[in-house]
Write a protein that binds this ligand. Structure first.
Ligand code: SF4
Length: 807
């Protein structure tokens, strides 16, 4: 077996999706609701908001040459003529017209491929190291187990309805691979004392804006039992996942922040015991034969080649497999792209070698495998005719870049464009006096989301926008020294930032300095050694002294454009922030401080009077302020915090009356300012107050209400109704309620709208005034994503009138 079987439900899934597409196009299905269904099917709206990208699952990084050619013909017929390889070893098709999406999904199914689970809150593509089964360094081939697990998971309906996405990987290598430590679950191949095949299991890894390294969950699990582990983690995710805030709804947050490792392990054990009691069937793990081409009589005449270029190519791109006489060959792609014509030529060329000859790398390259050594010259002559980077130094294939602002909805900068400029720059510099080091891995992302895994690169970058004299400029944060050493993963460190315009020059300069350093120092064998031997300081200094001065617009306009762009840099078209997430972020700032303070206060460490006073004052203040944003309040002064807290939380009975004297006392202490010895005597009450507020936050539901609150809210907001002066959106008639939110920033305006909507009945209308800019761009989308309808929105000068109907 070298391929997974598609789930039997796929035909129905595509049929249902087709109906949903019809409903959406007819305007009977709201865009937000449709988006949730669409991404689950692996179909994404592109940044131009008119065409789609389809993401194709390729479990275990496997694609057959025939499948590749069929996908290429879809790219040519329906897309932009290119097949794109992702860092999750999937393939993507771009520029698919709305009416062509369903035909593409159907045609993929005919060739045994599917996009389902390419996005959304699902089990994503299961991946492994591309050289599993052929590497000389591996413990055993993990592909059979991975494919068996894929088939099982794809048949489970809850794999598509998780609290959030779940990423699973396998590694066949004894030390593990960097990507293994950044998965929700990773299985790293091990043999136990009896020589049985199994895995060390890691959980809770992940990158994005908050990178976390996975922690070990099992020392050894038999390979037939990996499903039990996944089932138990899935159950835990369903039970404890943070559904309120999708930005914190991953296993990594559950493990590292919400529960902590010890409690996570306890809950996991409970779930695993239930799974074991249930007695699920063991995985039926097969085998993959990677020796076929050694024995086979291949109908191709071996060619010969004596050139230096051929010898250099072999050195750079060819690696011997553990199967004697067979080789794996790296086909370096620029940013993961291969043209449809090259895909077709490759399929034709590989035909004599069979189906098991291609793998997708998580470095966005293609790998030819199981190629008998005697045919290397044939391969060389064939692929040199392709439009790839295979004729260039190995480093060219070690550059991973995402599309960023050139295609992705949330991309800030354009990594692909800057990479192109960098490689051209490198060509000219390298040709002159400098050979780029072959052992470096460079990853460039267009935003903090880390799709290129920039946190595990030798040199990593992610897009960041800075403001200079009223202009927005595209820049990159600079990271270094990520990767696996001695069986553990190091997350890269941030050491500075550079302008996008200067990035090609900067990377070249770093490489040049590294290469020179290495040449002079025998002890420096790789970039990690260089970093520890002074490279970090050199690069940090380089950022500050050579790359952080921004010329004025008049001096050099280049800094105000991104690479590949003919328009002045702006954030136009960047995806919208979710208002709810913004509210949770604001709460979390205070929540984190309160929790940290409480730990210190109950630890009973000796603190001097001044420190204790500061700690108590801070706990009280942050606890009182924490949840005010849910009431649409944004107090500026300390006195305002206590006054609003009294109004929203004490007077409403949401917080126990016993805390009132403390709040009164705090407001009085605040009036006469610091220096008042008012807090020592309240230490126990302040601890209790902090604990109550963090618990209240823990009990808040995803509509930002608290247990028993509904009645109070109705009374409170209903009273405001009579005080409102209505101005209606003319053609829609008089609304049921009105709220003027001019001057109120995101996400507080959103919270105030939610307050109003709580108190309204289904079908009632609310008219709001919002400012131009972020409020009008963010709020309506967030309101509709909660299921309410926007009946209309109209611009009046610098403000917008928006009419909302409660769902
Ligand atoms: S890293 Fe950011 S810009 Fe790049 S593909 Fe991912 S989300 Fe888009």
């Amino acid at each position: 077996m070298i391929h997974y079987a598609l789930p039997p439900s796929l035909e129905n899934d595509i049929f249902r999706f087709e109906q949903e597409f019809v409903e959406f196009r007819a305007g009977r299905l709201h865009e937000t609701a449709f988006t949730a269904k669409r991404v689950k099917m692996g179909v994404y709206l592109e940044r131009n908001r008119s065409t789609y990208m389809c993401r194709i699952r390729c479990s275990g990084n496997i694609i057959t040459p025939k499948q590749l050619a069929s996908v290429a013909s879809l790219a040519k017929t329906y897309g932009n003529g290119k097949v794109h390889v992702t860092t999750r070893a999937e393939m993507q098709l771009y520029r698919i017209e709305e009416g062509d999406v369903i035909p593409v999904l159907r045609k993929l199914k005919e060739i045994g491929l599917s996009c389902k689970g390419g996005g959304g809150n699902s089990v994503r593509n299961l991946i492994a190291n591309y050289d599993s089964g052929i590497s000389t360094k591996e413990v055993f081939d993990v592909q059979p187990c991975l494919l068996a697990l894929t088939e099982r998971l794809l048949r489970e309906s809850d794999s598509w309805e998780l609290p959030r996405k779940m990423k699973i990987a396998f590694s066949s290598l004894s030390e593990g691979e960097a990507f293994g430590f950044i998965q929700d679950i990773c299985f790293m191949a091990q043999l136990n004392a009896e020589g049985k095949q199994g895995f060390r299991v890691y959980v809770g890894g992940g990158l994005g804006a908050y990178p976390k390294v996975g922690v070990q969950l099992h020392e050894f699990v038999h390979q037939e039992e990996v499903y039990n582990v996944v089932r138990a983690v899935k159950n835990m995710f369903h039970l404890y996942g943070n559904r309120r805030n999708k930005h914190r709804n991953r296993i990594k947050f559950l493990l590292h922040d919400d529960l902590g490792t010890s409690a996570f392990r306890t809950y996991y054990r409970q779930e695993l015991n239930k799974v074991l009691e249930h007695g699920y069937a063991k995985l039926n793990v097969g085998t993959v034969d990677n020796t076929e081409n050694v024995k086979k009589d291949i109908s191709l005449v071996p060619e010969s080649e004596e050139s230096d270029d051929f010898r250099i190519w072999k050195k750079r791109h060819v690696v011997r497999q553990r199967q004697k006489g067979l080789c794996q060959i790296k086909l370096s792609l620029f940013s993961g792209d291969l043209s449809a014509e090259d895909c077709n030529a490759l399929e034709e060329f590989l035909r004599p070698f069979g189906d098991n000859t291609l793998r997708l790398g998580t470095d966005q390259n293609l790998y030819l495998i199981n190629i008998p050594e005697r045919f290397l010259a044939n391969v060389y002559k064939e692929i040199m005719g392709y439009n790839t980077l295979s004729d260039r130094p190995r480093l060219y294939g070690n550059l991973v870049a995402c599309a960023g602002s050139q295609g992705c909805q949330v991309g800030l900068t354009a990594p692909k464009a800057v990479s192109e400029v960098f490689l051209n720059y490198l060509d000219t510099v390298a040709a002159a006096d400098f050979c780029p080091p072959a052992d470096m891995m460079i990853r460039i992302s267009g935003c903090p989301n880390a799709c290129t895994n920039h946190w595990i690169a030798d040199l990593g970058f992610y897009g960041k926008v800075r403001r200079v004299a009223g202009y927005l400029i595209p820049t990159y944060n600079v990271l270094g020294n990520g990767g696996v050493y001695g069986g553990t993963l190091r997350i890269a460190e941030k050491v500075g930032w550079v302008h996008s315009y200067d990035l090609p020059r900067f990377i070249t300069e770093v490489m040049r300095r590294y290469a020179n350093f290495k040449e002079k120092s025998e002890s420096v064998v790789d970039f990690h050694d260089y970093w520890r031997s002074g490279g970090k300081d050199i690069i940090t200094e380089l950022c500050v002294s050579g790359y952080n001065d921004i010329p004025t617009f008049a001096e050099d306009k280049n800094y105000y454009f991104d690479h590949g762009a003919d328009q002045l840099f702006s954030l136009k078209g960047v995806g919208h922030e979710e208002c709810s997430a913004g509210i949770y972020d604001i709460i979390n700032v205070d929540d984190k401080i309160v929790r940290k303070n409480l730990l210190q206060l109950v630890a009973e460490k000796e603190l001097d009077d001044n420190s204790l006073d500061i700690l108590l004052r801070s706990t009280l203040f942050h606890a009182a302020r924490m949840l005010l944003v849910t009431r649409g309040e944004e107090p500026k002064a300390e006195a305002e915090v206590y006054s609003l807290f009294t109004q929203h939380f004490l007077d409403t009975g949401l917080v126990a009356e016993v805390h009132r004297p403390l709040i009164v006392s705090a407001s009085q202490a605040n009036k006469v300012q610091a220096g008042v010895d008012s807090f020592f005597e309240h230490k126990e009450q302040i601890i209790a107050f902090g604990e109550e507020l963090t618990a209240l936050y823990g009990n808040m539901d995803n509509t930002m209400r608290f247990p028993g609150e509904r009645e109070n809210m109705v009374i409170k907001v209903a009273n405001q109704k009579d005080e409102s002066s209505f101005t209606s959106v003319a053609q829609k008639g008089r609304p049921d309620r009105f709220k003027d939110l001019s001057g109120v920033k995101c996400p507080v305006n959103f919270a105030q709208i939610k307050m109003q909507l709580f108190a309204m009945s289904s079908g009632e209308t609310l008219e709001v005034i919002l400012d131009d800019g972020a409020p009008i761009e963010n709020v309506p989308i967030s309101i509709t994503s909660e299921g309410h309808n926007i009946l209309c929105q109209e611009k009046n000068g610098e403000q917008w009138t928006v009419l909302i109907q409660k769902s």
